[in-house]
Design a protein around this ligand. Structure first.
Ligand code: PMP
Length: 431
């Protein structure tokens, strides 16, 4: 597959944009490097690159594009928003409509605020939890990604009874000393952390279904235990539903699993592809936020009509009959096809899937936490990624990411993808 124009653009990009990309994973660091494909257009389940090659897309722009690229209903909403004025700096009726839609879908959102990214949404929930509890520390789970604000770029210390270490240059030791990181699905570690730090802990933050070290579900009772332990210590529970909200059903993972957090952060899908974040939760907690309360959060672009109207249009599409059932069935077809190919060609591939989102791990039998995911074979995944790309299947360039189906994928794309997987497995993966 000729990608000469991408090569040229990447060389040019590196002269003007730091590292040639505006978000690090786009540089293919997780798959042994290479030239990122410069995409030009997207339509439904497909992307077209600057050299005219087409790809079946499972990146879905890291999640937001659940209705496929350039969905006509969303495109029309964005065009209309542009024609009506892109930014007003005043409240608009669309924000009311959208907040009410979110609240109806996810009842724990008694009050909502719109921001511009998942990072901002998470960052603000932490501030609100600290304001409400008057406490400083947070507990999070290893491998869950919560955006790039300081407090969540902290790696585990040497165990649940120790605070963390900076996970990025520029994050101070002081900040890291306010964060405790424990393994996902490990209630003993959480209990130990709360035994040590419970009285100082403002919140326990968790992805209710993990999307950031592949698709990993909570074990039965885990989230209930998170709620019980946190609340017994007087801490709040924050769900990071940036990936999971509206991913598996019309609502959050919290609806699907029947567990309720105090605060929720969202992003991605709810913007229909435009920049957005939102956070919300219990009214008495949210009332800490300015102008009602003393915790400050603001934004020139927050609630901008383009993002809001795009988000409304996206949710309207997702209200369609049978949308999630179809993604689930196609996800199952894809999973079974990959598993069959793995069995036929004796490739140690393991698939974990929730509805239309799945991860293919190599060299492991099951993934319950970050350590399991880390131990999966990076070189095999890299070889798989590059070979699939050359066959016109666009995956996320990291063994820790998920494949996302959209409402526009059909049996045709799934079967072509399985055929590509079979060819790649037959050819073999380099290690
Ligand atoms: N939380 C989760 C669970 C995420 O997956 C991400 C992004 N991948 C974020 C927060 C940050 O969102 P954003 O990139 O929109 O800032």
């Amino acid at each position: 597959m000729n990608r000469q124009t991408s090569e040229t653009y990447y060389s040019e990009a590196k002269e003007v944009i730091l590292g040639g990309v505006n978000s690090p994973s786009r540089a293919y660091k997780g798959v042994g490097g290479g030239t990122p494909v410069f995409m030009e257009t997207g339509s439904g389940a497909y992307l077209k690159d600057v050299d005219g090659n087409t790809y079946i897309d499972y990146l879905a722009a890291y999640g937001p594009i659940i209705t496929g690229h350039a969905h006509p209903h969303i495109t029309e909403a964005i065009q209309q928003a542009a024609a009506d004025a892109v930014l007003l700096g005043t409240p608009t009726k669309y924000e009311n409509t959208f907040a009410a839609m979110l609240q109806e879908a996810i009842p724990s959102l008694e009050r909502v605020r719109f921001v511009n990214s998942g990072t901002e949404a998470v960052m603000t929930t932490i501030r609100v939890a600290r304001a409400y509890t008057g406490r400083n520390k947070i507990i999070k789970f290893a491998g869950c990604y919560h955006g790039h604000s300081d407090l969540v770029l902290v790696a585990a210390g040497s165990g649940p009874s120790t605070t963390g270490n900076p996970d990025s240059a520029g994050v101070t030791k002081n900040i890291a000393s306010e964060v405790i990181t424990v393994p996902f699905n490990d209630t003993h570690a959480l209990k130990e952390a709360l035994d040590h730090f419970g009285e100082e802990t403002a919140a326990v933050m968790v992805e209710p279904i993990v999307g950031n070290f592949g698709m990993v579900e909570p074990e039965p009772g885990f989230l209930e235990e998170v709620n019980d332990l946190a609340h017994a210590a007087g801490s709040l529970v924050i769900y990071d539903e940036v990936i999971t909200a509206f991913r598996f059903m019309y609502g959050g993972a919290q609806n699907m699993l029947g567990v309720t957090p105090d605060l929720t952060a969202m992003g991605k899908i709810i913007g229909g592809g435009l920049p957005i974040g939102a956070y919300g939760g219990r009214r008495d907690i949210m009332e800490e936020v300015s102008p009602m309360g003393p915790a400050y959060q603001a934004g020139t672009m927050a609630g901008n009509p383009a993002s809001i109207r795009s988000g409304i249009a996206c949710l309207e599409v997702l209200q369609g009959n049978g949308i999630y059932e179809k993604m689930d069935l196609l996800g199952q077809r894809l999973q079974e096809g990959i598993e069959q190919a793995a069995a036929d060609y004796q490739i140690p591939a393991h698939v974990q899937r929730v509805c239309g989102a799945l991860t293919v791990y190599f060299g492991v039998d099951s993934v319950k936490n970050f350590a399991d995911a880390e131990s999966s074979d990076t070189a095999m995944f890299a070889s798989f990624f590059h070979q699939m790309l050359d066959k016109g299947v666009h995956l996320a360039p990291s063994k820790f990411e998920a494949w996302f189906l959209t409402t526009e994928h059909t049996e045709k794309e799934i079967d072509q993808t399985i055929e590509a997987v079979r060819e790649v497995f037959e050819n073999g993966l380099s290690t």
